[in-house]
Structures are given as structure tokens and as C-alpha cells.
Design a protein around this ligand. Structure first.
Ligand SMILES: Cc1cc2nc3c(=O)[nH]c(=O)nc-3n(C[C@H](O)[C@H](O)[C@H](O)COP(=O)(O)OP(=O)(O)OC[C@H]3O[C@@H](n4cnc5c(N)ncnc54)[C@H](O)[C@@H]3O)c2cc1C
Length: 299
């Protein structure tokens, strides 16, 4: 299906053709999307899913692109970014957030309402949808501890609700990674707390982040999952890999688990650094490092 047909079908939606995804990813790398759409409503997402199905067009969903390496060949077909679906509603101890809402903004809203238990996520730069997909976590908290249910649209175009128990949450894992549904909205239940303490905890976590993480550079956060019984960062540090660089992508000297874009890196630079780190840690310690970051797109 041609780009012009997309524009005709969705005259009020922002739709871009051959759009470089490096403009959207946190690493500032990645090739072009054939077509990039920014739906604003569930109805629009549904129409896009149905239209992609009917025309055999591959469809990729992105949130805030903070946990992604999009390869330099870009993404064929239709890419949708959900960050225009960003409403957050607080009612009592319940927060309902659309998939594209910023997780950081959602934790701010929890604070404003005097709700506790979401402080752990105060500095995670993802969308709510991406955070549920990844079961994002920090400082002993995880999305699965506060989420009650999600509304998703299946790849076949049906909207359904999944409760927490159906999400098969694990360490940086949710059922959505296996089913490929698209998250539309998430509901969280929190507890009433003390606003002063909530602020203090959030500020403390953000202080810790800023002191330990290379937030001054583009990155995708921790690149590798924590291998059973080890810490990825320590293995990388002990292997002498900090500062290792290919092109503009470098293993951070501040936090060994991060690969930072220090100088116009390409996604290929990122992939080369990732492979070298995995090979070296395997050779030295016999430990397999699996990526936490999602690698998508074409070479
Ligand atoms: C500086 C920095 C610090 C970070 N710190 C943390 C941390 O402390 N803890 C942590 O867990 N992560 C951390 N991250 C990683 C990242 O922010 C999280 O994984 C976040 O949850 C990803 O959300 P996103 O919206 O950016 O997802 P994206 O990067 O856009 O997408 C990630 C995956 O989720 C899928 N996805 C996104 N939205 C949807 C949706 N609505 N429906 C279905 N699938 C979807 C995408 O297809 C993709 O496969 C950090 C990243 C950075 C750059």
C-alpha cells in the first residue's frame, strides 16, 4: 500500500514517509520507517491494525524508544508511535494511563495525589506501554507490583482486558512479548502515602541515577539483562571493557552496563560493541549476556 493511500485513509493523523527513527530513539541511532504514524485514539490504532492486516503490511509499535536499537536498515511497513496517546487519570488510589503516557509523568501524578508505591519508576524514561511490555523496574520495584490490568488490542484487531495474573510477568518479561498484542492502557492501584516521603524517595532515586548513570549521553539504559548469579556491569568492568568503542558507540566509563552514543554512533556501531562485549564476557567468565534492549529492524 502506498504512503498516499495512508494519508487519504487517515486525513487527520500525523503520518510521515521515510522518516529517520534516529530522531525518536534515545540512542539517536536507527534507520528509516517506511511509514510512521502517530495515532491519538484507540479507534485510530484499531483502524491501523485492521488496515495493516488486510493489506499484509508488517506493523511495529514503539513507545518512547528508550529501550531500543533500531538497525540502520530501518523498519519496513508501518511503524506506529503511541506517545500522542498520553492521558493519565487519577481516581482514588487508582491510576489509569494510556500506553503513550510518560512513565515519569505518571509517577509525578501519583505523587501529586499522595499515592505511594510508584516511586521506583520516577526516573525510568519509557512510556507506560513500553514499561508494561518490559516489566520495567528499579530499586526493588517492578511494574508487575502495581499493575492490576491492561487493555490491549490483539494483532487480529480485538480489544481485550488482561489482568495482572494473565501477564506472566518475570524479570523484564511480560506475556505481551510472546503474544505481540499492542498495549492501549494500563491500570495501577497504589496506596495512600505521605507526600513528603514520596517526594523524598523519588528525589533520592533520581539523585542515585544521576550519580551512577551516564545521563549526559544518549543511550538505551542497561543494555544487558542481569545474568543469574552475576551483575552484567561488574562482569563488563572486570573484563576491562569500559571505554571500548566502535565508531561513536562506547561502553560507558561511568556505568559499565550502558553503551553511550558519544559521537554520531550508528546502530551498527552499537551492535558491534554489544557483540564484542558478549564474546569477551563469554571467553573470560563463561557467562552469556543476553540483551535487555530490544533490537529491531533490518541490517
Ligand atoms: C537512561 C535510561 C535509564 C533507564 N533505566 C531503566 C530502569 O531503571 N529500569 C528499566 O526497567 N528500564 C530502564 N530503561 C529502559 C527503558 O526506559 C524501559 O525499558 C522502558 O520501559 C521502555 O519503554 P519505552 O516506551 O521507551 O519502550 P520502547 O523502547 O519504545 O519499546 C520497547 C519494547 O516495547 C514494545 N512496546 C512499546 N510500547 C508498546 C505498546 N504500547 N504495546 C506493545 N508493545 C510496546 C516495543 O515494541 C519494544 O519491543 C532505561 C533507559 C534509559 C535510556
Amino acid at each position: 500500500m502506498k504512503y498516499d493511500t495512508f494519508v487519504e485513509l487517515f486525513p487527520t493523523m500525523r503520518i510521515l514517509k521515510k522518516e529517520p527513527l534516529a530522531k525518536y530513539t534515545n540512542t539517536e541511532t536507527g534507520g528509516m520507517a517506511d511509514v510512521l504514524a502517530f495515532p491519538k485514539t484507540v479507534a485510530e490504532v484499531k483502524l491501523l491494525v485492521n488496515m495493516a492486516n488486510e493489506n499484509g503490511i508488517p506493523l511495529t509499535v514503539l513507545g518512547n524508544s528508550s529501550n531500543l536499537v533500531v538497525k540502520d536498515g530501518g523498519i519496513r511497513g508501518l511503524v506506529i508511535i503511541l506517545t500522542d496517546m498520553d492521558q493519565i487519570t487519577v481516581s482514588g488510589t487508582k491510576i489509569m494511563a494510556q500506553a503513550g503516557a510518560s512513565l515519569i509523568e505518571t509517577t509525578e501524578r501519583a505523587y501529586q495525589a499522595g499515592l505511594t508505591h510508584f516511586e521506583f519508576a520516577a526516573g525510568i524514561p519509557g512510556s507506560v506501554g513500553g514499561a508494561v511490555f518490559m516489566n520495567a523496574g528499579a530499586y526493588s520495584g517492578e511494574i508487575c507490583q502495581v499493575l492490576t490490568e491492561v487493555s490491549v488490542i490483539t494483532r487480529a484487531g480485538y480489544v481485550k482486558t488482561m489482568v495482572n495474573e494473565e501477564m506472566n510477568f518475570g524479570y523484564r518479561h511480560s506475556q505481551i512479548q510472546d503474544d505481540h498484542d499492542i498495549i492501549l492502557e494500563a491500570t495501577f492501584i497504589l496506596k495512600e502515602g505521605n507526600k513528603h516521603n514520596i517526594r523524598e524517595t523519588m528525589d533520592n532515586f533520581n539523585f542515585l541515577r544521576a550519580s551512577k548513570q551516564p545521563l549526559e549521553y544518549p543511550s538505551c539504559g542497561s543494555v544487558f539483562k542481569r545474568p543469574e548469579g552475576y551483575f552484567a556491569g561488574k562482569l563488563i568492568h572486570d573484563a576491562g571493557l569500559q571505554g571500548y568503542q566502535v565508531g561513536g558507540a562506547r561502553v560507558s566509563t561511568k556505568h559499565a552496563g550502558f553503551i553511550v552514543n558519544v559521537d554520531g554512533a550508528t546502530a551498527t556501531d552499537y551492535m558491534d560493541v554489544i557483540k564484542h562485549v558478549q564474546d569477551t564476557v563469554w571467553e573470560k567468565f563463561n557467562v552469556k549476556l543476553e540483551t535487555e534492549v530490544r533490537i529491531i529492524g533490518e541490517d
